[in-house]
Write a new protein. Structure first.
Length: 118
């Protein structure tokens, strides 16, 4: 799968995806740091990349209808340290095999994965 990791997440998230055989780039790597959410969403659509972010704005179904995107993963975690994020994300990597992402919004916290859209 193809992913874009938002600037609010450590590049280690992209590295974890690489380790599991996925194609992942970061907003920072592509020189998009500080760009508007809508611009990042459009690039994800154009590049057919699912977005991974801490930005709750991307969970707004009216603004970012899941069916229009290759997938959106919003992390809603209280502990946003790198080790905590990587631990939560390790769980997400396993779900990528079992659950649909394209056309869906995944909202992930420390204990559960909620999937919207479809």
């Amino acid at each position: 799968m193809r992913f874009k990791v938002d600037e609010n997440l450590h590049p280690d998230v992209a590295e974890l995806l690489h380790q599991h055989g996925h194609d992942a780039t970061t907003v920072y790597e592509e020189g998009m740091r500080g760009h508007a959410d809508q611009e990042i969403a459009e690039v994800c659509q154009r590049e057919a990349r699912a977005l991974i972010t801490l930005d709750l704005d991307f969970a707004d179904l009216r603004v970012y209808p899941p069916k229009e995107y290759p997938g959106i993963i919003v992390l809603r975690v209280t502990n946003q340290s790198r080790p905590a994020i990587l631990q939560v994300f390790q769980r997400i990597v396993g779900a990528l095999i079992r659950e649909p992402l394209a056309g869906h919004l995944w909202i992930v916290d420390e204990t559960q994965l909620r999937i919207r859209g479809g």
